[in-house]
Design a binder for this molecule. Structure first.
Ligand SMILES: [Cu+2]
Length: 437
């Protein structure tokens, strides 16, 4: 039987690509032998990181050095079913595959440029020789199309880190070039985690009906993503009741994102600066992950379906119009027919709010080509009315250790669900102040 300890030792002290492939987190619906947590005990070996909707780059050992190979290239990417785009990434995906290694490792990383313009690779937050820092023109010549550069350095720290180009960043990052670089500590952690998830926050200007993200946009983005996916396509982080879960969250977007998790008070336990001493851990329910930052949050899983999302409410929506007239409270019944003469198919909406939009979507009304509805999704109790940076952490008593299947919707214990009390608006005797319209 292969234990996780054995896998980790292979991983840590030099395995082969096959071992790396075994350690690769499973994609949705795929099981894996690699991340069966051992019995709870302090200072045990870490579990491999699971990159939401993503994967870990296999490596090979050569002369005691861990060799990786990244390829910058255009990729065909699906944000969620119904919306694809030509993006740029690494090794066929955006974000690129996660690099996972151990403090003290010497790594050699080849970077091949298959784009049509020059690039470079910056190892964001890593302590390394100046000439390995990857700032095009400053630390090295750019990597021209067709060229491969090699970076080599020793990992002198641990923690959650990132990689991205430092060349034509406005375009290259905007269209998806980024990845995670996770360095496990040499000594197993004092408070071990059972599950270790990682994702990058990003924003995209994929205007309705188009197939190329627009790099010129600074604020009014159309898509807000965890690992380049939007709700409902973001993989559910899952856990077994009582497990300790870490989420490593990095931000290479153009906005700061307050990341909120329901159901628990979590500890903010680390950043690009590694795992903080326990005396510095902070209890929060929302943590702003600033642009260029990483934050690690950890919690003990309690059973239920718990929303995990950015708290900027526009960031949990998909494509929406910007700068349009406000229809809230506007009776359009008189003009709807007139407008239809100019705009066939025009449908007045927004008078009472935008919930009806998700009903229109559910009824099958089409929007622009290749464009996701602003809000979507169906839960056990009806429309979810979300998009963008939103997913649900699912915690179950009966989820096997290391199992990543989607367990479906939570079955609430009897008597623990909010329920209808009355359909009469005049129900009860609530205290209200004047101000009613
Ligand atoms: Cu946000």
């Amino acid at each position: 039987m292969i234990t996780r300890r054995m896998l980790f030792d292979l991983f840590r002290f030099g395995g082969v690509a096959a071992v790396a492939a075994m350690l690769r987190p499973a994609r949705a619906g795929e099981s894996t032998v690699a991340d069966k947590p051992a019995a709870a005990s302090p200072r045990r070996a870490p579990v491999p990181v699971r990159t939401l909707n993503g994967w870990t780059l296999p490596h090979r050992m050569r002369d005691g050095v861990k060799e990786f190979h990244l390829v910058a290239e255009e990729v065909e990417h699906e944000f969620a079913p119904g919306c694809r785009a030509k993006c740029w990434g690494y090794n066929g995906t955006t974000p690129g595959p996660t690099i996972e290694a151990v403090e003290g490792d010497r790594v050699r990383i080849y970077v091949t440029n298959r784009l049509l313009e020059r690039t470079s690779m910056h190892w964001h937050g890593l302590i390394l020789p100046s000439g390995m820092d990857g700032v095009g023109g400053v630390s090295q010549p750019h990597i021209n199309p067709g060229e491969t550069y090699v970076y080599e350095f020793t990992l002198r720290q641990n923690g959650s880190h990132m990689y991205h180009p430092h060349a034509d960043e406005m375009v290259q990052i905007a269209v998806g070039m980024m990845g995670l670089f996770i360095i496990h500590p040499k000594q197993p952690e004092e408070v071990p985690v059972d599950r270790d998830y990682a994702f990058l926050l990003h924003n995209w200007a994929l205007h309705p009906g188009t197939y190329r993200p627009d790099p010129s946009i600074m604020q009014e983005f159309d898509l807000w993503t965890f690992n380049s996916k939007v709700f409902p396509a973001i993989e559910h982080p899952v856990a077994r009741t009582g497990e300790r879960v870490r989420l490593r969250i990095g931000n290479l977007s153009m906005w700061n994102h307050p990341i909120h998790l329901h159901g628990v008070e979590y500890d903010v336990t680390g950043s690009d600066g590694g795992r903080w001493p326990q005396s510095r851990w902070r209890r929060e329910v929302t943590e702003i992950v600033g642009v260029g930052q990483m934050r690690d949050i950890e919690f003990t899983a309690v059973p239920g379906d718990w929303a995990l999302h950015c708290h900027m409410s526009h960031h949990t929506m998909n494509a929406m119009g910007h700068g349009i007239p406000n229809t809230l409270g506007v009776d359009q019944s008189g003009v709807e027919k007139e407008l239809r003469r100019l705009l066939p198919g025009y449908m007045a909406m927004g008078q009472t709010g935008m919930s009806e939009h998700s009903d229109h979507v559910a009824a099958g009304l089409p929007g622009p080509a290749n464009t996701l509805p602003m809000m979507t999704g169906d839960g056990p109790f009806g429309p979810i009315e979300m998009g963008g940076m939103f997913t649900v952490v699912k915690v179950r008593d009966d989820l096997a250790p290391g199992e990543h299947r989607d367990p479906g919707w939570y079955r609430n214990p009897k008597g623990t669900v909010a329920s209808l009390a009355s359909k009469d608006p005049d129900f009860g005797n609530p205290v209200r102040r004047s101000g009613k319209a």
